[in-house]
Structure formats: structure tokens, C-alpha cells
Design a binder for this molecule. Structure first.
Ligand SMILES: [Zn+2]
Length: 484
């Protein structure tokens, strides 16, 4: 074992282990910053039914981060919903405010617009959609005003200052009471409470109650308007959104006021709500929109997960090929049952058991250090090191590398492939955002790095033992120390 080869391999493994967390950082940056290549939307079931007739004044209030189950507990919200149409609305994927609200106001899904995250990055130029076709359209945002300013309203109010926080409700009230054809109010406090304290917290319920009180005063200011009560996503129990979880994706919307008969149903798609807004305002959606008239959408609800985009065939098949290749190389290395990459299986299981499935709603996926994830698999790394150490003297270096690392590295490469992350990792400005796999990529990168570290330490341990344990014994000539 005391060979330059094993020393070189250890150095290469440690270099890889050092580099991969940086790769993960670039990956997360790509996810949260750029737009995706536009792709076709999921098809929606065909139904027949009429759309809404135009209304003279349309008012929309969106309570950011309000879950369907929370909305149903709010007294004002629920009472108003009973006067009109109550809908379960699937906002599609990902469940991030700006992408969802872009879909709500354009009638194009996140996949069609390519707007999938854009954390803190306004759309410039703003969206071309319903508000941009309505003269005098106005939006008032409690904060996070970059979202409101991205949506194409004629005028927008809102900033992040304390001064604005003190007066924004009055501004919202005045705007709603005005003659403007379309006014939109974006309430942010529920989402903020969800991130800080989680959906299952008293703080979240309190914020939802405050938002409900704001809703009451706003509706009082324009009781004769057609009202849209909206939400853009829910929150996980411990807080967080962005992923494909049904609780986060499916929210409650209501429409009431002149020309809206009581009723309800769903799930309908968030683009169907764009159509309801467009019809109420007498404007057309983008010709590429698959949105359906309200009656047709209610007549033909989506199946439970129909709004989740499917995995693209090409990248999916290529990723599968990479995984099979990893399996073949692993098979070359696994000469005894205990040499299988059990540590990797154990690490994935530990992560899921302790933290749950990683999704774009789980903060651990984004956290720079990833500590929340790797504390769960530390025992698995001990197993990786011990297996590699025992294997080195029995089957040699190359079989140990193949058995312990081929599968984790292949899994990481397959994740890069299915999410189309290769080009962005090398500098392309594209967001590798797909359901499920984007979230798994984050832990898979760290797992590969940590597995490399464990195996490298085992190689160095073997090297040190041979160096110090038998210092005077020369290496036999012509034998291959790596495999023999
Ligand atoms: Zn949020």
C-alpha cells in the first residue's frame, strides 16, 4: 500500500472533496438566480363552460404564503368565499412567489415563461400580461416590492422601509377605493411568518389573522367590485416553500362580486385564474396560454399532481444511462458483499429519516454549509472509511474506489444530467430547476464529496500503517502495490 499511486489517489480524492462544495454553491446560485430554458406546459383537461363576463372594477388581494388549510380558518376570507366561487388552485412548480405570480398574471406556466426562481431579481422589462393591457392598473405591495414591479402594472407602490410599513395599508385602502379598473394588493406578512416560525406556529396563525383583518377593511372600501382572493403557495409545517409538495402547491382562491354565482371546485390551474382575471377585464391572454374559461376549468378539474411538469425524456434517459454505468463500475469493485456501497444507502436513508425528503421547500437544500444534511449521515461516513480500510488490504485500491465511490459519483452526475445542470455549472446563465431532482442534487454533491474524504482517509491510513509499521521492508519488485 505504500506506493506513490495510493498517495496520488488520496490527493486527487481530497482535491475533489474540497472542490465539490464549491460546485454545490455554483449549482444553488444557478437555481436561485437565472431563468430556465422555456419548455412546454403540462396539458390541461378539456372541458366546456363559459368564462366570466367583464366587470367594471376588479380588485385582487394576494396573501403570500397562505396555505389552503389556514385560509379556511379565516372568518372574513371564508365568509366572503361563500358569496362566490371557491376554488382549489394548483400553482404548478416551482412554488416561488415571483414565478407563480408571473403565471397568475400572464396565463403562462413557469415552464413556459422560464421564470422559475429569480430570487430578488425583478423582471426587466416587466411581464407582458393582464395588468399591462389594463390602462391605469395599480399594485400596492406591503414589501418585497420587486415582485409587484415585475408584473407589468401601470403604476406600483411599495418598498422595504419602516416609513412605508406604517402607511401602506392606508395606500392600499385608497387604491382599492379608487376608480381604477384593476387594483392588486400584495400582502407579505404571512409568508414572512412562515419562513421565520413555520406554518405550524402561533406566529403564522396570527399573521394570517392580521391579513384577514386587512382583507376586511379593503373589501369594505370597494364592496361593489369583483374581488379575487388569492394565494401563491402554502408553507411546509416547519416553514419553507418552493417544492412540489401538494400542500404547498394547492391553495385556495375565491372570486365574488357582481356576475359571480356561488359555486366552486378544482383543482384548477393557476393559469385558469389568469383567464378569469383577463375575462373580468376584457383583455386577451398570450396565445400560447392553455388557460380555460372558468366554467370549463371547474367542469374538468386537474388530477392531483397533473400540474407538476414531467421529467424531460432526453435528460431522463441520459441520467439513467449514467446510473447504469455507475452500477456496472460498482459491480467490478464489489468482490465481497460487505464491499457494496452500504454507506451511501445508509446516508441517503439517514437523511430522509431524520430530515425528510429534500425538496425545494426545505431550507437545508440551499444552506451554504449544508450542515443540517450532513450531520444526519456522519455515521455512514464512518462506515465508508472502515469498509474502504478493510477492503484495501483484501481487494486493492481500484476495486475499493469502484465499490465505494462509483455509485455516489454516478448519482451526482445523473442528477446534473436530469436537471440539465452541466452547462450552467460551466457558466451558462440557466436555472437547472425541475421537480424532485434539483433538490436531491444538493445532498448528492455533498455525499460524493464526503465519501471521497472517507475513502481518502482510509487510503492514507493504510499508507501510514505500512510506512510506520514496517519501515525497513522494501517493496517487492514488479508487484503492483495498488491491486496486490
Ligand atoms: Zn416565501
Amino acid at each position: 500500500m505504500r506506493s506513490p499511486t495510493s498517495l496520488a489517489v488520496a490527493v486527487v480524492l481530497l482535491a475533489g472533496a474540497w472542490a465539490l462544495p464549491h460546485v454545490r454553491h455554483v449549482f444553488i446560485e444557478d437555481v436561485t438566480t437565472w431563468d430556465a430554458e422555456p419548455s412546454p406546459p403540462p396539458s390541461l383537461p378539456a372541458g366546456t363552460g363559459a368564462g366570466l363576463a367583464p366587470a367594471p372594477r376588479v380588485r385582487a388581494i394576494l396573501i403570500d404564503g397562505l396555505s389552503a388549510d389556514s385560509a379556511r380558518t379565516l372568518p372574513t376570507w371564508s365568509a366572503l368565499c361563500k358569496r362566490g366561487v371557491t376554488l382549489t388552485v394548483d400553482v404548478g412548480f416551482p412554488t416561488i412567489s415571483l414565478p407563480v405570480e408571473a403565471a397568475l398574471w400572464s396565463g403562462l406556466t413557469q415552464q413556459q415563461t422560464g421564470i422559475v426562481f429569480r430570487s430578488d431579481r425583478p423582471l426587466q422589462p416587466p411581464l407582458v400580461g393582464v395588468p399591462s393591457h389594463v390602462p391605469g392598473s395599480h399594485v400596492v405591495a406591503e414589501n418585497h416590492a420587486y415582485i409587484a414591479r415585475s408584473l407589468g402594472f401601470a403604476t406600483a407602490e411599495g418598498d422595504e422601509s419602516k416609513e412605508w410599513a406604517a402607511v401602506w395599508q392606508q395606500h392600499a385602502h385608497d387604491a382599492v377605493a379608487s376608480d381604477a379598473r384593476l387594483v392588486f394588493v400584495h400582502v407579505l406578512r404571512v409568508d414572512t411568518a412562515g419562513h421565520r416560525h413555520g406554518h405550524d406556529s402561533a406566529e403564522y396563525r396570527q399573521s394570517a389573522g392580521e391579513a384577514d383583518a386587512i382583507l376586511a377593511t379593503l373589501v369594505d372600501a370597494a364592496p361593489d367590485a369583483r374581488w379575487f382572493l388569492l394565494s401563491d403557495h402554502g408553507h411546509r409545517g416547519p416553514g419553507g416553500h418552493g417544492g412540489e409538495e401538494r400542500d404547498v402547491r394547492q391553495v385556495e382562491h375565491c372570486i365574488f362580486g357582481p356576475g359571480v354565482a356561488p359555486g366552486g371546485g378544482g383543482p384548477v390551474h393557476v393559469v385558469d385564474m389568469a383567464r378569469a382575471l383577463a375575462d373580468s377585464l376584457g383583455v386577451m391572454l398570450d396565445a400560447r396560454s392553455l388557460a380555460r374559461p372558468l366554467g370549463a376549468a371547474i367542469a374538468a378539474p386537474l388530477s392531483a399532481d397533473q400540474a407538476v411538469p414531467a421529467t424531460a425524456l432526453g435528460p431522463g434517459v441520459a441520467a439513467l444511462f449514467v446510473l447504469v454505468l455507475g452500477g456496472v463500475v460498482t459491480g467490478f469493485g464489489v468482490r465481497r458483499w460487505w464491499l457494496a456501497p452500504w454507506w451511501f444507502v445508509l446516508a441517503c436513508a439517514s437523511l430522509v429519516i431524520v430530515r425528510g425528503f429534500p425538496t425545494l421547500s426545505t431550507p437545508m437544500v440551499y444552506s451554504p454549509a449544508g450542515r443540517a444534511m450532513y450531520v444526519t449521515w456522519l455515521p455512514a461516513l464512518v462506515l465508508a472509511g472502515a469498509t474502504a480500510y478493510a477492503g484495501l488490504s483484501r481487494v486493492g485500491l481500484w476495486r475499493v474506489l469502484a465499490s465505494q465511490l462509483a455509485l455516489p459519483i454516478a448519482a451526482m452526475c445523473a442528477a446534473f444530467t436530469v436537471t440539465r445542470a452541466w452547462m450552467p455549472l460551466f457558466g451558462a446563465y440557466e436555472a437547472p430547476v425541475v421537480p424532485r431532482f434539483t433538490a436531491w442534487t444538493s445532498p448528492l454533491i455533498l455525499l460524493a464529496a464526503h465519501g471521497m474524504t472517507a475513502v481518502a482517509l482510509a487510503v492514507l491510513g493504510t499508507y501510514a500503517r505500512s510506512a510506520f509499521g514496517r519501515p525497513s521492508r522494501p517493496e517487492p519488485p514488479r508487484s503492483d502495490p495498488a491491486t496486490g
